[in-house]
Design a protein around this ligand. Structure first.
Ligand code: ATR
Length: 277
């Protein structure tokens, strides 16, 4: 039996176990997905121990993504290195490899559910924390011109500079939330990568800045229909909820681990049945 899992703290409410186990059931794989909560100073030992025990793959979540990216024992791919965070470890090769599938999750959700063509898009990312970094690098890597707006403007300008430095040919600008009106006017894509709207009816984006040419992804998935997505739908925009990003980061992790296409419909059904519960 192959063992996969998640390390983070806390991990009790994670939706990854049902999502991944639905994939194993659908494809008839003899595998299990379990959660681990190492102490904050034990992440290196946890990763080393997982490898020694023959664990096949691990997802990594808060607060360990940055710590894992910095481990000398992990061969981190270029994009995850640039983001500075790893959420997927693959133990199947001689060396442990680290990836960031939050990046792919955002890109696939925008393309597959939003119908967005990113290669010549102008994209606005709200937020410059961990999620904002993954989304900004993903969009720039996909060829979009990126504008990062953040409550703390200096974090946004730092992130934009990092994107331009690390991604060949990228264009990125950073600023405060007051830039949103102007930046959204001619934008094709908007992603909320802040925590605003999680379990509240707030939005970081003024409703009157939204328009029908936008594809809007909200990384927040509790609730699924955030105020931002309601405002976006009312403005005629195409909306993509945060469960799609969660699904596609999981699907991309599954594909790194197994080399097989993920059964996304089954994974999506499992995810949504737990989100509706
Ligand atoms: P994550 O890893 O989920 O991105 P984070 O690194 O703590 O978490 O980042 C949270 C993001 O949400 C940041 O962009 C933060 O803005 P600041 O950099 O100014 O802190 C943003 N955020 C959180 N609460 C906010 C609020 N009430 N209004 C606007 N932005 C907010």
């Amino acid at each position: 039996m192959d063992v996969y899992g998640l390390i983070g703290n806390p991990v009790g409410h994670s939706l990854s176990p049902p999502m991944h186990e639905a994939a194993y059931d659908t494809l008839g794989l003899d595998a299990r997905y379990v959660t681990f909560e190492p102490a904050e100073d034990a992440v290196a030992a946890a990763v080393e121990g997982a490898g020694a025990l023959g664990v096949a793959g691990l997802n990594v979540t808060v607060p360990f993504k940055q710590d894992v990216a910095a481990l000398p024992s992990v061969a981190t791919d270029d994009l995850a290195s640039a983001v500075g965070a790893v959420n997927t470890l693959d133990f199947s090769d001689a060396s442990v490899t680290g990836h960031n599938t939050d990046v792919e999750g955002a890109v696939r959700a925008l393309r597959e559910q939003g119908g967005a063509s990113l290669s010549s898009a102008t994209a606005v990312v709200v937020g410059a924390g961990g999620a904002g970094r993954a989304v900004a690098f993903g969009l720039a890597d996909a060829g979009a011109s990126v504008r990062v707006a953040n409550r703390t403007a200096s974090r946004a300008t730092d992130l934009a500079a990092a994107v331009e430095r690390e991604v060949d040919g990228a264009t990125a600008t950073g600023g405060g939330l007051d830039a949103l009106d102007e930046w959204l006017a001619d934008a094709d894509v908007l992603v909320n990568a802040t925590s605003v709207g999680m379990e509240t009816d707030e939005t970081p984006v003024p409703a009157n800045a939204l328009h029908e040419r936008l594809v809007v992804l909200d990384a927040v998935y509790a609730p699924l229909e955030t105020r931002l997505l309601r405002d976006a739908a009312a403005a005629g925009a195409t909306t993509v909820d945060g469960a799609w990003m969660l699904l596609h980061q999981g699907a991309a992790a599954f594909e790194h681990w197994t080399g097989e296409d993920a059964p996304v419909d089954a994974m999506n059904d499992a995810l949504r049945s737990h989100l509706d519960a």
